[in-house]
Design a binder for this molecule. Sequence first.
Ligand SMILES: [Zn+2]
Length: 118
Amino acid sequence: MDLNHKLSRRLITFAEQFENPVVRIEDLEGIRENSSWSGVHSWHFHQLQQFITYKAERAGIRVEKIDPSHTSQECSACGSMGTRDVDHFSCSECGRKRHADLNASENIAQREGEPCTA
Ligand SMILES: [Zn+2]
C-alpha cells in the first residue's frame, strides 16, 4: 500500500505548514455502515486513515473525526456535491473526475480557505 504511505505523508507535510494544524479524518464507523463501500476498498481507506492518524500524532498534529458523507461526495476542486460511483468521483459543477479516494483525501487535507495543492 505504497500509495497510502505517499498520500498520508503528503497530507502531514501539507498540514505541517500551518500553525496549529488539524487533520480531519472520516469517522470509520460511518463507512462500515455504508453499503456502497466494498470490503477491499474500505480496507485500503481504513489503512490510509491509520497511517494518517499515526503520522499526525507523531508530528504533534491534532486529528479530528468528521462525518464521512462529506469528504467522499464533495468535489475537492470546487466544493460542490458530486457523485461517487465506487472508485470514481465526478463533479457535475466543474466536470472534475478523480479517483474517489484521492478526491476524499484532498478534501481531508484541505483546511478552511486553503486551496488544494495536490
Ligand atoms: Zn467541482
